[in-house]
Design a protein around this ligand. Sequence first.
Ligand SMILES: N[C@@H](CCC(=O)N[C@@H](CS)C(=O)NCC(=O)O)C(=O)O
Length: 207
Amino acid sequence: MSTKPRVDFFYSPQTRAGGTLILLEELNANYDLHVLNMKEGEQRGEAYLAINPMGKVPAIVHDGALISEQVAVFLYLADLYPEAGLAPPIGDPLRGPYLRWMVFYASCFEPAVVDKAQGHPPAPQAMCPYGDFNTMMNTLLAQLDKGPYLLGDRFTAADVLWGNALSWITKFGLVEATPRMQQYIEHVAAREGTKRAHAREAELAAA
Ligand SMILES: N[C@@H](CCC(=O)N[C@@H](CS)C(=O)NCC(=O)O)C(=O)O
């Protein structure tokens, strides 16, 4: 019998939860997939709100605890399946940069992209969580230049997060892909776990 931990995963196709599906495949995790039909508003139904009062995906439940918010879900899962080697452990010199780039995504990149997409003027630079759009973007691009992966030679869960997010965001035309960014997106997308997750997502979206 497998001793691998098992998680419940709350998901809807073509949402932020797609990144978590890729990560679960990359980790070879044990998971039960719960698909929410957002067209029917299932994420706002009583049953799901009792699990995640935010009515958002992705979310996972493990050992009775809810973990919501994409980056928290990523950090939790990558640590839960250490045999996959996608999370530099505490004590590894890459642990700090790994946490930095995970949190940079949620605290700088996403708010910047959402402000841009909605045409919201950013808050004054000193108060704005991402400073200003160009500084945030140039900081990311300089890091990508250190590649092939975000943290250099080592592929981590941060690449699953960023590879997928950059792919979506450039497809939506919210950010223009530089040649290096495009190369990074393709490099990450070529992985077997990522391909499996994309195939599964396509099936689920069609259903
Ligand atoms: N802060 C959340 C945001 C998640 C989020 O906004 N998910 C969207 C899908 S991309 C959602 O569940 N929307 C459904 C709704 O709000 O009704 C995270 O980082 O995971």
